[in-house]
Each structure stands twice: as C-alpha cells, then as structure tokens.
Design a protein around this ligand. Structure first.
Ligand code: ADP
Length: 513
C-alpha cells in the first residue's frame, strides 16, 4: 500500500536537438512513464540552424503533462525535477515579458565561422593544430562556432539595441537549461536565472579553473555580464515550480546537467578514469578526470563534468565526433542501400570484413582529435570485388575507428588506460557494432540495461539534491549491466586494420581549400 503524498518518482526533462522528453524514474532508476514531442528545425541559410525557444517551452509543458497524465500521477508523488539539455544552444530573451529577441541559435549553427577565423588571427589568440592557445587555457575549449560565446555576440551585434538593453539588465541569456528553469519557476514573475557548471563550461565564457564568468572572455566578445545567469552546482535546489505551470504544484527544480555530462552521471562514472561513449548522430566520449582541469595536448576538450558543491567540480575530457550515426543515415537516405538504420547490422554481418574498404565520414570536416574543417568524406580501397555489404560494414567500422582515435587521445592525455568503456545512445542496440567496437578498441565494451542514461543522469542529480537518493553509492547500485563485449580478434589483425584507417584519414584531410 502506498500513502498519499509519498514521494515515488523523480521527473527528468531531456530537451534535445530534435525532441523533448519527460521521463519519470522510480527509486531503482527505472523509467516508469514518459512522453515526447518534436520541435521544428529552422534552416534560414546553408549552415545556419535555429529553434523557436517558445516552441521548445510549449513542447516541454506538453510532455510534462503527457508523462503525468498517462499514468495518473499526482504531482505530490514527485520528489524533484532534473533538467538536461542540448548544450551550447543560445537563447536571449526579455526579462519583463519572457519573449526571445531572436530564435535560439543551435549548437550546430556555423554562422560565426568567419568571426572565429578572424579571432584566431588576432595577436595573442593563435591556436596550434591540437587547439592549444589562450582560449583553451582560460576555458578548456577551442575557438569554434560550436560554443555559445560567439552566438551571443552575434545576437547582440545583429538585433538593434540589444547590447545596450542587455547592459541595463533588460535582456537575459541562457542555454536551454536556463531558459526552461526560468520559465518553470515563474518566468517574468520571479523566475530564477541560473545555470550549472556543466552547461556554463560550454559557453566559452566560464573560467575552467575558478568556475566563474571570465572577464577576459566577456570583454573580448563584448558581452555584458548583467545578462549572464548565476553559475550553480549541478545538484542543487534552484527554485520551485509554480502552481499554474505544467506540474500544477510547487516542486523543487533540483538538477541541471548538459546532455553529455548527464549521460556520464547517469552511467555513474563518478571515479577518475571512468568513461562513457554515447552513440547517436555523432559520438561523445567523456572521461572523468577528477578535481583538476588538466588540459588536453591531443585535441580533446576539457569540460566541467558535474558539481555537487558551490565552487568545486569534477572535470572531464571530451572527444566530440561529428558524424557517426549520421553516416548510417546517409547510407539510408542518400545511397539507399539500407532501408532502416538497424538493418545495417544484418547486412554488414553478411560479409566477414569490409574487403579492404575504408570510409571516413568527414561530411562536415573532422572534429576530435583532428579538428580539420577542410576534410571531407572519403571511401577508399574500392576494387571490382567490393559490394554494398562491404561499404555498410566499413561504415560501422568508421564509428569504431573514430572512437578509437578519441580513446587513444584520451589515454595519452590522462595516462589512464580505457580498459572498460560504458556505452549508450540509439545505435548501441546494434550488437555487431558493439562487438566491432571491442575488437577495434582492444578493450571491453559494456552496455547497461537502462539506455536512457541522459535523462537518468538529470534525475540522479535532482534525486541527490532532494534526498530521494542518499549518495552516489546508492546510484552505483542501480547501474546494471545488459551485455559485455570482449575483443575477439588478434592483435595483428586489429593493428593492420587501424593502420589502414589512418591512411584513409590522410586521404580525407585538407580536401577543400
Ligand atoms: P540523437 O540523440 O543524436 O538524435 P539517437 O541516440 O536517437 O541519436 O541515435 C540515432 C542515431 O543512431 C541515428 O543516426 C541512427 O542512424 C543511428 N542508429 C540507430 N539505430 C542503429 C542501429 N541499430 N545500427 C546503426 N545505427 C543506428
């Protein structure tokens, strides 16, 4: 028998690039109810990507009502709310009305590419091939349109009067976490304006050591500090929801993590050296490196992983790969040699190997660890013998080889060997892909039972802040293994395949001028 008002769930809101979900988790970390909704992708020009921030807020309210309504769940059964979000995406809105002054500029948007190139030519801001330079020393990141800083600057430069209004405190900036928390806690009537360290570390405005907004960066980009949210821990009661909001009650908003850091948290990678790789459109490999923000010399980013306490955090090294699952989508939509992405498993399994074919899916350049924006896709090693199954197999191999590149960079930077890699994301259901990953990595690949690790990480943060879960040990006990993949090829075969991959990478580099 359950008592009225007993806290049984944590609600996680996972606001992603293409859709928004609300999932209710029980004490065992199991997803119990969920609802999801898509929002529009807006492409005003080639390379530009926007979202309507008001639509995102509307979809968020719908999925919250959907998740609660579908199970007849009373708000007083919910102990707290955790937020996780697409990172770097930039919203600027009016404090008095809650109206955005421009569409949200999405992380993938390349509109500030030209500014970034000029920035890198500014004396004192040069960057070497591995991305080392002043920007990295201050923020842990590279100068790149990917991060929020130049997106905020673009809005302030292009919306008339915006910079002056921002300096007067009339405009607020936030990533999507900040935008949702502000709206959930009252919006123009008392909404709290906060973010957490994991999101702030993706703006290029936060000092990676002090975990505070950095004057050198805000001055250089001419961004008034008055518009920036307060930086708080990831596990923290930020405020309470309003009764007229989608929860219909006053509930604590108590967790906030960027999506990749949330997946690390959901995979309970709390110890130094523990790492996870998420297989979606791209891949994101993050390793917990502890309480010191060691900078990469091998093309990786240093990022705040999570914070349990104001002014302190655990850091992560991050290897971001732009195209992995998207290469499988390309086989489906452009070459039309698979009907659905999961069919890649059966078709690639019809051949023993790729028949010497290598595919580098550098559709939009190469990200970590190469950072070559001039690279383009290449399929090499084709002979008269090559069949579509070889190309499909080479596509799956490319996901594993890119992961190996990043994993090796991570081992070189951290000095920790990646003996075991925890995986999650849409593509990990592909057993052949996971076996190939173990073979190519030469290490164990472990797939957990709960694959919703991003939402789970946000739920864990909120559950710790509200006492729903006692400590991280209790969370670790929730983590359960589904399947373990062990390497099953010889060292000689692994290394000859990897040498071929490295040759293919060289073919793809520097393709466009
Ligand atoms: P995202 O969160 O980035 O939108 P998901 O985690 O939903 O992505 O994963 C979807 C991606 O994974 C797509 O790019 C799809 O092509 C790929 N994918 C999904 N299932 C499989 C599969 N069984 N085998 C290979 N790739 C897959």
């Amino acid at each position: 028998m359950t008592m009225r008002g007993e806290k049984k769930y944590i609600a996680a809101i996972d606001q992603g690039t293409t859709n928004t979900r609300c999932i209710l988790f029980d004490r065992g970390g199991r997803p119990v109810r969920s609802a999801q909704a898509e929002h529009a992708q807006i492409f005003p020009q080639p390379g530009w990507v926007e979202h309507d921030a008001l639509e995102i807020w509307t979809r968020t309210q719908e999925v919250i009502r959907g998740a609660l309504g579908s199970g007849g769940i009373a708000p007083d059964e919910i102990a707290g709310i955790g937020i996780t979000n697409q990172r770097e995406t930039t919203v600027v809105w009016e404090r008095a009305t809650g109206r955005p002054i421009y569409n949200a500029i999405v992380w993938q948007c390349m509109r500030t590419q030209k500014f970034c190139s000029q920035w890198l030519r500014t004396p004192g801001w040069e960057q070497n091939e591995a991305g080392a330079g002043r920007a990295k020393e201050i923020t842990g990141l590279l100068v790149n349109p990917y991060f929020s800083g130049t997106k905020i600057k673009w809005i302030l430069d292009n919306v008339p009067g915006a910079r002056e209004r921002a300096a007067r405190g009339e405009l607020l900036f936030g990533n999507v976490d900040t935008w949702l928390i502000w709206n959930l806690t009252g919006g123009p009537e008392g909404g709290v304006h906060v973010t957490d360290v994991s999101n702030a570390s993706r703006t290029m405005l936060m000092n990676i050591e002090t975990l505070e907004w950095d004057e050198t960066m805000t001055d250089f980009l001419d961004i008034p500090v008055a518009m920036l949210p307060e930086i708080r821990p990831s596990v923290c009661v930020y405020g309470t929801t309003t009764e007229r909001g989608p929860f219909g009650a006053a509930l604590p908003v108590a967790g906030d993590l960027g999506d990749q850091q949330a997946a690390l948290f959901g995979q309970t990678c709390f110890a130094v050296g523990e790492a996870k790789n998420t297989y979606g459109t791209g891949c994101f490999l993050l390793m917990n490196i502890g309480e010191a923000p060691a900078l990469s010399t091998n093309g990786l980013l240093t990022t705040a992983a999570y914070s349990l306490e104001q002014g302190k955090c655990m850091y992560a090294l991050e290897g971001s790969i732009a195209n992995t699952g998207s290469a499988v989508q390309w086989l489906r939509d452009n070459l039309r040699i698979v009907d659905e992405s999961p069919d890649s498993e059966y078709l690639a399994g019809k051949v023993d190997d790729s028949g010497g074919v290598c595919f580098v899916p550098a559709f939009s350049g190469l990200y970590a660890p190469y950072w070559d924006m001039t690279a383009r896709g290449a399929i090499v090693g084709i002979t008269r013998y090559t069949r579509k199954e070889h190309i499909i197999r080479a596509t799956l191999e490319s996901i594993c080889y890119q992961t190996r590149d990043v994993a090796r960079a991570m081992e070189a930077d951290s000095g920790v060997s990646l003996a075991e890699l925890r995986v999650d994301g849409g593509a990990v259901k592909n057993n052949l892909l996971m076996q190939m990953q173990a073979d190519i990595l030469g290490g164990t690949v472990v797939r957990p039972v709960v694959n919703e690790t991003t939402a789970l990480g946000a739920a864990y943060a909120a559950g710790l802040a509200t006492g729903f879960w006692r400590d991280t040990d209790e969370l670790r006990a929730n983590w359960a293994e589904d399947t373990r993949f062990e390497p099953a090829v010889s060292e000689a075969k692994r290394e000859s395949g990897y040498r071929r991959w490295k040759k293919a990478i060289e073919k793809s580099k520097g393709w466009v001028d």
